[in-house]
Design a protein around this ligand. Sequence first.
Ligand code: FES
Ligand code: FES
Length: 180
Amino acid sequence: MTKLAVRINGHDHGPMDVRDDLTMNDFLREYLGFTGTKFGCGAAQCLSCAVIIDQADGTSHTSPTCVVPAVNFDGKAIRTVEGHARDGALSPLQTSFVEHFAFQCGYCTPGFLNEGQVLLERLERSKVARADLERVITEALDGHLCRCTGYVKYHQAVRAVILADPTRYLDPADATGDAG
Ligand code: FES
Ligand code: FES
């Protein structure tokens, strides 16, 4: 057993004793009831289980949870799909997913949502040229598998959020071009 304390969606959990072989996915779903984080392949291949890890320097990235021990998250701050909405209102990215019918069964959606959110926040810190946007979105979402093949819709949904607020996400010197 090892002590685990982790901040999830702005709330502290623990410290508590957990088994060393408990995965983060089981910890979130079975211990805390955060069932929005899915379990797909169980082999770090599909990223349906991905959560956001927030770093002290203000950057963030995603991590699978299916093969990672919960104790590896000790002291970290993470966000799950349950942390996107505010006071019952969907985030702009969630709304765009709905408007673009970006999911079918929805099993992969939390992972795509977390990855898209990480991309939006990265672009706020470091804007990109419009000409590079399609590649940047493709690269960001690469690695997330959707068995319902909703890749184009996910891409379009992320792009729509960015193009709706170009001064926030795009380099103003290059923020021209096809609105897609
Ligand atoms: S369930 Fe974790 S990567 Fe597929
Ligand atoms: S919407 Fe079904 S797996 Fe992606």
